[in-house]
Design a protein around this ligand. Sequence first.
Ligand code: GDG
Length: 532
Amino acid sequence: MGTAKTDVAKRVRRALTRMASRQALGSEVSDQTTPDELARAARSYLGSAQIVIASNREPYMHVKAPSGIEVVRSPGGLASALDSVARATGATWIAQGAADADRLVVDEEGKVRVPPGNERYTLKRLWIEPEARELEYRRFCNGCLWPLCHIVYVRPHFVAAQWRAYQEVNEQFAEAILAAIGSKPGLVLLQDYHLGLCASVLRARRPDLSIIMFWHIPWPNREVFRTFPWRRELLEGLLACDLVGFHIQYHANNFLDTVAQELEAQIDHERFAIRRRGRKTFVRTYPISPDAAEISLAASEPWAARAADQIREQLGLGGVKIVLGVDRLDYTKGIPERMVAYKHLLETRPELRGQVSFIQIGVPSRVDLPEYQSLAATVEELAVRLNQRFGTAERPAIHLITRNLGFRDLIPYYVLADVAVVSALHDGMNLVAKEYVAAKVHLDGALVLSPFTGAARELDQAIQASPYDTEALAAAIGRALTMDPAERARRMRSMREVVAGQNIYDWARKILRDARRLHLVPGAPRPGASSR
Ligand code: GDG
């Protein structure tokens, strides 16, 4: 009885928070999916099918703390949307165990029930050993597939031993998926480029499974893809799926092109599907979005404004205008390009000197790879030079913050910034651009956005500028800083209409809805093999 009452209270509180979130987004709100709606949709679309989610990163990590073992939820909207699906369907989620107490809480099969205290599904942890193999697998993902798919003139490392590690780890994931499904019909949701070969193994053993893959990063054009020694195997891995999702049409088109170039397959341009060896793979786009309502709500609360004031005071920003960058320290994000453009702006528009400050949040990432170490050094060096040239002791021209902030801690920075610069050289989507828009509840900010991000397809009222063109990017930042407030508000309102119409739960719901429409849900009636 007590538990039932607490549950009701929790649900009411959640509903009220959602209502407030929607109000914070303003009149732009359309039909945002809530976590509860996603859960209901998952149940109704998937029925009693056995669901397995697989991703490299785990949704919950167990870490050692002075007080014992603590559970840390994986940051980011993606994990929480898939968590809703897993809770609603009682799925099994398979991921690498990576935290220091992960092994201490699982049973002999590596399983633990989650979320803690309200167990709804099974998290099965995989241990990738020995260390060397884990390292090689990571190197293949981050040093080969990542630069291969992002066309940014960083050469991918094609190392056979790393490829073999990738194959082995994908096989290990596939074995775990097969064990979780047993002999029942099942639907497998694979996440991202770490699991590109998984479906080949699954399909060979279980032709009846339904397999969906979402590829979060760009897919390269065929000229670039041709350089990849194991291109056929990777394509076969994706074509073993029933449905492959990308953020934008451009990447979906590239995928079809590379299939046409490398394999004998029949491409149905009308239904956007590939038929090969009697099987069909649908290709669809599902642009991802953060939970805009939640960000808007947080940004409109008094604490966010207070925290923004505190940052202004702590960094000694006075009344200057703020330009903001928020990224993982990754060479695809165009961070040095943005800093050089800012330098050019201060050189060519001296009236802005002392009137503007740049805050760059750069979270360290993949620090074991030389490309990332060299990027971190370049960014540090550029910051020092910018400050020597244009800063004073009291007021640096740039503040470089290279520690990891909690997601909530980012919001005051978005609130504070007059201009956000997203200058990625190539990006599947780029959530930071959408987060900034979601946080600008008072319409008092301008977004400078690279045309090479997925987000640029939707946020067409941003000021677009190529990160490869220093003068153009500098001019765009200058324009954003001095834009007439009415035009700035009009553009921001229009972009908020775009982000208000979507969120991460909606993204997941659309994929599941297509699973049903395309007859991929096990147990539901399917058309004959020839029409699939
Ligand atoms: C891949 C694709 C695609 C940043 N600093 C901190 C922090 N962040 C958060 C941001 C944002 C996320 O990290 C970064 O998302 P992006 O989309 O910008 O980039 P990737 O990490 O490269 O993500 C990308 C995405 O997958 C989803 O499909 O959009 O194209 O490359 O949410 O706010 N979060 C915390 N502290 C920080 O200091 N907690």
